[in-house]
Design a binder for this molecule. Structure first.
Ligand SMILES: [Zn+2]
Length: 234
């Protein structure tokens, strides 16, 4: 171990492995923004798929897998395509859903709740799935957005390597902007595969995170109304 670290540091790579691992196991997020480099999208998607495929083949090779086997042959390409075009497509701002507001005077000052939005994301510390339900609400200022747009906002931010707290806040902030109000609430209840399938192997616990802004933060009645709606059985 010591030797490896010396080797890395002669290559100009300084790592403190203990601190990385502590951070990952505790699932601590460090910022509200997804940490992306300035040049994140200089490469196009096809080139990204090609490069990830090459490196993923290498990972499988190092693990000792026989890549000439028919079942494994296509895996590096499938994984690369899935990363770039599907499960991490929300990294790229070009995939951000466009939202349009509709005037609806009847909904003025009314709470709109969309609950049980299924989402799939990935833990940025282990690259394994986080999945669960999101419940979202806002108090209309007389304008509303299409319900499917709320789902799309949830999906967009989910399709990134994430920590659940950041995901919750990113959805809340985006919604504030999209509907033009401070009065927004988001609750996410999720299972983390990195907790259930490895590590402490706890299969039952779920993690709940919340974002309350505007009236949902300052007014207990609004918050309770939202909590009451999401606990209603269908
Ligand atoms: Zn994890």
């Amino acid at each position: 171990m010591k030797q490896k670290e010396t080797l890395l540091s002669t290559m100009g790579i300084n790592i403190s492995r203990t601190s990385f691992e502590d951070l990952g196991e505790e699932h601590v997020g460090t910022s509200l923004e997804t940490p992306l480099r300035e040049d994140a999208f200089e490469m196009d998607d096809d080139l990204k798929v090609e490069l990830i495929e090459k490196h993923f083949r290498e990972i499988m090779h190092i693990m000792g897998l026989d890549l000439s086997d028919d079942s494994l042959k296509g895996t590096p390409h499938r994984v690369a395509k899935m990363y770039v075009k599907e499960v991490f497509s929300g990294l790229n701002p070009k995939n951000k859903p466009a939202t349009k507001l509709f005037e609806n005077k009847y909904k003025y000052n009314q709470m709109l709740v969309e609950k049980d939005i299924t989402f799939y994301s990935h833990c940025e510390h282990h690259f394994v799935p986080i999945y669960g339900r999101a419940h979202v609400a806002y108090i209309s200022t007389g304008e509303v957005i299409g319900l499917s747009k709320i789902n799309r906002i949830v999906q967009y931010y989910s399709k990134r390597p994430q920590v659940q707290e950041r995901l919750t806040m990113q959805i809340g902030n985006e919604l504030k902007e999209a509907v033009g109000t401070e009065d927004v609430a988001v609750i996410m209840d999720a299972y983390h595969m990195c907790v259930s399938s490895r590590g402490v192997n706890d299969t039952n616990s779920s993690t709940v995170t919340s974002f309350f802004s505007g009236k949902f933060e300052s007014d207990e009645q609004s918050r309770n109304e939202f909590l009451k709606y999401i606990s209603l059985k269908k």
